[in-house]
Design a protein around this ligand. Structure first.
Ligand code: FAD
Length: 470
């Protein structure tokens, strides 16, 4: 371990944003110190993306074995052995963690383990040693937050961190918050056999997704036996003999063994010396401009920690990667451009998956953009019928500029159904490269794949529908 010293860049926080910045900066020949108080890889690798997706895969296996008779395959579903699920999940995490550590080592990045604190615009103190840098990057990320008066006890009232460690399947769960994290845990626990109810204050699950996608998700969740209370603010929670009783603002009371609080994530910035050294903060988030620069010329910030005025900043691992890379390239002397946050793909990995890129119909209306749109149902797609999944592909494009003309750029793609997350990569190229439906219609999609739904929706928008009836 290094013992203090001077670097080109000192990065505080070794999660997605911090380590991506370190890796890219090293490619420019920069000397980099990466300071981490826990495990490199951060939330995504240890408490977020990877462990939840391992659980979701185990859930899919459970559903497949339970439903195998539908496909003429005889199996017996005997139950979920949670310690074994956790050991599979941990195996995946450990393997990726090892890989990440060796990648960082191969790029000659100095890892410094310990609790860091910004002590000047160019220095971070860790374990009594001081690491100075020509530039400092703040990447301390986020942590689960709760609501006023709602205390997480880690046993009956739990966060997503606690949920990932739970070594049993609770018989019943109330999930406070119908955003991505709440919806993913609902999907997992239902597949594992729990009774699940989601409580969401907004009028739809996944409030940031297009209303049409949320409607399909809600329909499928209802069919799966996942309950939800929408437009229902949380009021209070009491302990009962067997768990918790939650009272909603509507007066309704719900009981369950466990309450998962998934109401969002707050920044990790308190007590770290940020404001004392001139960095401005909004509700705990570090204010940056679209190039991730704070008010202090020697300090940048990336990832879940940041606030960019006028931008709804998504807390996603790939956004952290992109911002870390952007900062490294800026410091490496490249001419960088701000990230287009509308163009960032978003996926909820529940069953069914919900994936999107670009703007929703509601956002188009708010921005006064005239659009045309198509909803292509998965029922018309051979591979989706083979898989037995339901859902749709909604594509939104600029309305034709002349009557009877072709639509303009594709502005949004919104998908729901099993495995559609993998399709959003094509949708992201379409949206970010300003393709028009007619351009996409000219591309041949392989048959039978689910990717055909992207082709079909664009064919329909371009006025040449194939397997589609309006
Ligand atoms: C349950 C769950 C599921 C998720 N699923 C997905 C998903 O599927 N896809 C997706 O894109 N995103 C997902 N996310 C979000 C994703 O994990 C975050 O957006 C991403 O991890 C943010 O990266 P970051 O580098 O900003 O912060 P973090 O990953 O939180 O990293 C910050 C790091 O800084 C360290 N640190 C903090 N303070 C200090 C200090 N004082 N000194 C030293 N080190 C410090 C922390 O230990 C941590 O390692 C999920 C999150 C959760 C909670």
């Amino acid at each position: 371990m290094a013992e203090g010293g001077h670097y080109d860049i000192v990065i505080l926080g070794g999660g997605s944003g911090g380590y991506a910045c370190a890796l890219r900066a090293a490619e420019f020949g920069k000397r980099v110190a990466l300071i981490e108080k826990d495990k490199v890889g951060g939330t995504c690798l240890h408490r977020g993306c990877i462990p939840t997706k391992a659980l979701l895969h185990a859930a899919e296996v459970a559903d497949s074995s339970r439903e195998s008779a539908k496909f003429g395959v005889r199996t017996a579903f005997e139950g979920i052995e949670m310690p074994a699920v956790l050991s599979y999940q941990q195996g995946v995490v450990e393997r990726l963690w090892k890989g990440l550590q060796s990648t960082l080592a191969s790029r000659k990045i100095d890892m410094i383990y310990g609790d860091g604190r910004l002590t000047s615009p160019t220095s971070v103190a860790v374990n009594g040693a001081v690491y100075t840098g020509d530039h400092v990057v703040l990447a301390t990320g986020s942590e689960p937050r709760s609501l006023p008066g709602l205390t997480l006890d880690g046993v009956r009232v739990i966060s997503s961190d606690d949920a990932l460690r739970l070594d049993r399947v609770p018989s019943s769960v109330i999930i406070l918050g119908g955003g991505v994290i709440g919806v993913e845990f609902a999907s997992v626990w239902r597949s594992f056999g729990a009774d699940v109810t989601i409580v969401e204050m907004a009028p739809q699950l996944l409030p940031l997704e297009d209303e049409a996608s949320a409607k399909v998700l809600q329909r499928v969740f209802r069919r799966r036996g996942i309950g939800f209370e929408l437009g229902a603010p949380f009021q209070s929670v009491n302990y009962t003999d067997s768990g918790v009783q939650v009272t909603l603002g509507t007066g309704k009371q719900l009981e369950a063994e466990v309450l998962l609080v998934a109401v969002g994530r707050g920044p990790v910035s308190a007590g770290l010396g940020y404001e004392e050294n001139g960095v401005t903060i909004t509700r705990g988030f570090v204010d940056v401009d679209p190039l991730c620069r704070t008010k202090v010329p020697t300090i940048s910030a990336v990832g879940d920690l940041i606030n960019i005025p006028e931008i709804a900043h998504p807390q996603l691992a790939h956004v952290g990667f992109a911002e870390g890379i952007l900062v490294a390239e800026r410091l490496g002397g490249l001419d960088v451009r701000p990230i287009d946050y509308d163009g960032v793909p978003r996926i909820t990995y529940s069953d069914p998956e919900v994936a999107s890129v670009g703007i929703s119909s509601a956002q188009a209306a708010e921005r006064g953009i005239n659009v045309v749109e198509v909803n292509y149902p998965l029922g018309g797609n051979g591979k989706s019928v083979i898989l037995g999944t339901q859902g749709q592909a909604k594509v939104i494009a600029e309305a034709p500029s002349v009557p009877g003309g072709q639509p303009g750029r594709v502005l949004g793609v919104h998908l729901v159904g099993s495995r559609v997350g993998e399709l959003i990569a094509e949708a992201q190229l379409i949206v970010n490269w300003d393709a028009e439906p007619d351009d996409v219609a000219a591309l041949i999609h392989p048959h039978p794949t689910q990717s055909e739904i992207i082709g079909e929706a664009n064919l329909a928008l371009a006025g040449k529908p194939l397997h589609f009836h309006a």
